[in-house]
Design a protein around this ligand. Structure first.
Ligand code: HEC
Ligand code: HEC
Ligand code: HEC
Ligand code: HEC
Length: 365
């Protein structure tokens, strides 16, 4: 599901420019550039470059005119921030250069064309203040990636700082005063916290509602897809299990009995031969949890009871102890048993009194 609700919302507020933040490249630089274009937004950055070409990823600045005053808006990202990406993305494909150098390069050019220079500084508070102090010609700086908002605008050198905090929880509602000839004179205003007292914008609420519906539908779809995937996996596993019984386990009646009548007769006297009847008596003969030990060669049964044990593999047969008949050799190596043969089934839960020599004596033929 792709719904860039932030971008849609931003476009709807009439936002003039945005800059690249540390989470924006999560799906890679190319993805970001496409989504910004799709939303009809303008992104500016003076120091985020395309890794492969070395060119700026988005235009360095944009010029916006309001009430006869021209604003040049540029942006920078703090190169010390670690850009995180989705696991499926090999590289975000961007390089972040030194913000001070980048601004020194572009600001004189911007100044020649506008009345006021605005820098969107996605750099945190300390770094933003440093940049404002080091670079000449910044009239207004918007401090991004800092968690606290400042109630009032403040100055660093010649630069007016606006600090709205994070996650859109506050907004800087500042008014700039100009002389009749368009010269910037003064500022006033404050930061407004967007709490319950600020009524929701109906159009924006609709954007959010649409988004939530979309997320909900996508989550439901994902759950359904996962269920389908699980079912397909289970079916494949069951088919493989069924195949294995057919191929590998021969069954006592189909094979061993024919050549090993004495062993067969003795085995018939043991509880192993009637282990499946025990489950039938307990009304548990289809419970996959029980079948693994009370039948032959059914170790990886699917847990949903979808595989029924073939009649000729019921009970603890010869192959449960001696191994698959298909591996019967004539060199004396087949069918060796040790205590390990027994304890897979005779575990402490199901056979608490298990004692190897005593138990062995009862089954040896
Ligand atoms: C595939 C699982 C499995 C393996 C392997 C296995 N057993 Fe058993 N064994 C059982 C089950 C199940 C029973 C109980 C059968 C019943 O009563 O229905 C049982 C019962 C017995 C009993 C009868 C206990 C009693 O006195 O009632 C003896 C003895 C025994 N096993 C010995 C062994 C020995 C020795 C080995 C190893 C050489 C061994 N078994 C390997 C599953 C297994
Ligand atoms: C990990 C292997 C294993 C599993 C799983 C297992 N059993 Fe057993 N079961 C045994 C063994 C081994 C014995 C023999 C215990 C002994 O005599 O020491 C046994 C014995 C029994 C007995 C007693 C037989 C008698 O002597 O009367 C019953 C009943 C029984 N199992 C039922 C079940 C049921 C029902 C399930 C599933 C809920 C189950 N078993 C799951 C291994 C298993
Ligand atoms: C509970 C485990 C168990 C089961 C089930 C079992 N056996 Fe055995 N079998 C043994 C043990 C233990 C020996 C002793 C030799 C050894 O240590 O390998 C043995 C030995 C043998 C031998 C060699 C005898 C010899 O004189 O050297 C044959 C053949 C044999 N079994 C066949 C069978 C056949 C056929 C079946 C099924 C009808 C069967 N076994 C079922 C445990 C088992
Ligand atoms: C066509 C006859 C035949 C069938 C079927 C057969 N066996 Fe054997 N088995 C033999 C012979 C013969 C030997 C003796 C090995 C030898 O000395 O060549 C033997 C040996 C064994 C041994 C002892 C291994 C040894 O080297 O002493 C075991 C255990 C055994 N068989 C188990 C089984 C089991 C379990 C089955 C069923 C899955 C089975 N046999 C099916 C003929 C058969």
């Amino acid at each position: 599901m792709v719904d860039n609700v932030n971008l849609r919302g931003m476009a709807q507020t009439g936002c003039d420019a945005t800059t690249i933040g540390v989470l924006d490249l999560y799906m890679g630089a190319a993805y970001y550039v496409d989504r910004i274009a799709e939303a009809g937004l303008t992104a500016v950055s003076a120091n985020v470059l395309d890794e492969s070409t070395g060119d700026l990823l988005v235009p360095p600045y944009v010029i916006v005119e309001r009430g006869g005053v021209k604003f040049g808006i540029t942006g920078v990202l703090n190169p010390d921030f670690k850009i995180r990406t989705d696991n499926d993305i090999e590289s975000h494909g961007a390089v972040v250069s030194d913000p001070v150098e980048a601004l020194r390069k572009y600001i004189p050019e911007i100044r020649r064309r506008v009345d006021l220079v605005v820098v969107l500084s996605h750099s945190g508070l300390t770094r933003s203040k440093d940049i404002a102090g080091e670079v000449e010609g910044i009239d207004i700086m918007v401090v991004g990636n800092h968690n606290a908002h400042a109630a009032q605008p403040y100055e660093v050198g010649e630069t007016l700082m606006m600090q709205p905090g994070y996650r859109g929880q506050a907004i800087c509602d500042y008014r700039l005063g100009f002389d009749a000839d368009g010269t910037y004179k003064s500022y006033s205003g404050k930061t407004v916290v967007l709490d319950n007292k600020v009524p929701a914008d109906a159009a924006m609420a609709l954007v959010l509602k649409e988004h939530k519906l979309m997320v909900e539908a996508a989550s439901k779809q994902r759950v359904a897809d996962q269920a389908t995937e699980r079912r397909l996996r289970r079916e494949a596993r069951n088919a493989a299990a069924a195949e294995r019984y057919k191929e590998d386990c021969i069954g006592v009646n189909g094979s061993c009995k024919r050549c090993h009548q004495d062993e067969y007769d003795q085995w018939q006297t043991t509880a192993h031969a009637s282990a499946f009847e025990t489950l039938e008596k307990s009304l548990q003969s289809t419970n996959p949890e029980c079948l693994s030990c009370h039948t032959t060669g059914q170790r990886d049964l699917p847990g949903d009871g979808s595989v029924t044990v073939p009649a000729d593999l019921r009970g603890v047969q010869c192959e449960a102890c001696h191994g698959l008949g298909a591996e019967h050799s004539r060199d004396g190596s087949y069918g060796r048993t040790t205590v390990a043969t027994c304890i897979g089934c005779h575990d402490s839960d199901n056979s608490p009194d298990f004692n190897f020599p005593q138990y062995l004596a009862k089954v040896t033929h």
